[in-house]
Design a protein around this ligand. Structure first.
Ligand SMILES: C[S@@+](CC[C@H](N)C(=O)[O-])C[C@H]1O[C@@H](n2cnc3c(N)ncnc32)[C@H](O)[C@@H]1O
Length: 262
């Protein structure tokens, strides 16, 4: 797998990509990341890549020509690329107005051979780039960043950890939040007691069946508390459905009592 990151700030990535899981995986050549300076595709002596917006208003817009030149240099030819709708290599445009970047999308991207991520800046990117190329316009959340660099790092991290070999134990990823449309279970480590709070006995007793049941139950509980919207998509057993209904009724009752008292 090869990641290309197109940015105005190449230094933003230099330290981060040497750290932790990603740094080790790059060292072991499990994937490769190339940081590309968009200014290398400017043609004037000031290396201009932005200009004022048509229609007025403040701010600057990233010009379409340097981005087009850059993508062509990476081997994408816009008419061909649009037609191909190639799932093996995607071009991602980071954008606050994009489609949600979530775990299913991270899994899809982890199966690609090449991902090119464009970091926007200022007001964003000239809209015509979207017409020229088959881009995935992707947002990492409902807020506005000053540039696409943090978003690119988020995408690389979420995708790269799914590439075989990156994680020491891939099994753990299968238990992560969002892998099964629910959240991950809470976890504990030593000491077994801290400030009067004990580790749940199911985790200490060493019975694998009990541990599995406990984790599933707690994951569902967390999901109900933090992300009830996810549960409708989760694959639940009949017992879990019943348990969930009991918990939901309990929460609703408590909320009603609170309203009545307040
Ligand atoms: C200041 S933002 C531009 C916001 C844009 N004018 C809008 O209203 O959607 C500059 C750049 O940051 C990046 N960016 C901002 N928020 C983002 C988000 N939530 N997800 C991904 N990229 C984001 C994009 O690359 C964007 O072009």
């Amino acid at each position: 797998m090869k990641f290309n990151i197109v940015t105005l700030f190449p230094d933003y990535f230099s330290l981060t990509l040497k750290q932790s899981l990603l740094g080790k995986a790059i060292e072991r050549q499990l994937f490769d990341i190339e940081i590309i300076n968009l200014r290398d595709y400017a043609t004037d002596k000031h290396r201009t890549v932005d200009d004022t917006p048509f229609g007025g208003g403040g701010g600057m817009v990233l010009k379409v020509e340097p981005l087009d030149r850059c993508l062509k240099a990476l081997g994408y030819y816009h008419s061909d690329h649009r037609k191909a709708g190639n799932d093996n290599e995607r071009i991602i445009l980071t954008s606050a107005a994009g489609k949600k970047f979530d775990q299913p999308r991270a899994i899809r991207y982890s199966l690609c051979e090449r991902l090119t991520i464009i970091c926007g800046h200022y007001l964003g990117v000239d809209e015509r780039l979207r017409h020229l190329y088959d881009l995935d316009e992707v947002s990492i959340g409902d807020y506005v960043l000053s540039g696409g660099e943090p978003a690119a790092l988020v995408i690389v991290d979420a995708v790269a950890r799914l590439i075989p070999g990156t994680m020491g134990n891939f099994e753990t990823a299968l238990e992560d939040s969002y892998m099964d449309n629910i959240l991950g279970a809470p976890c504990y480590t030593k000491p077994a007691e801290y400030e009067g709070f004990e580790v749940p006995p199911e985790l200490v007793a060493g019975n694998h069946k009990e541990i599995k049941l406990f984790r599933r139950r707690e994951a569902l509980r967390k999901c109900l508390a933090n992300r009830p919207d996810l549960i409708t998509e989760a694959d639940l057993s009949i017992e879990e459905e019943a348990e969930l209904k009991r918990s939901t009724d309990k929460i609703k009752k408590a909320e009603k009592e609170k309203d009545n008292n307040g």
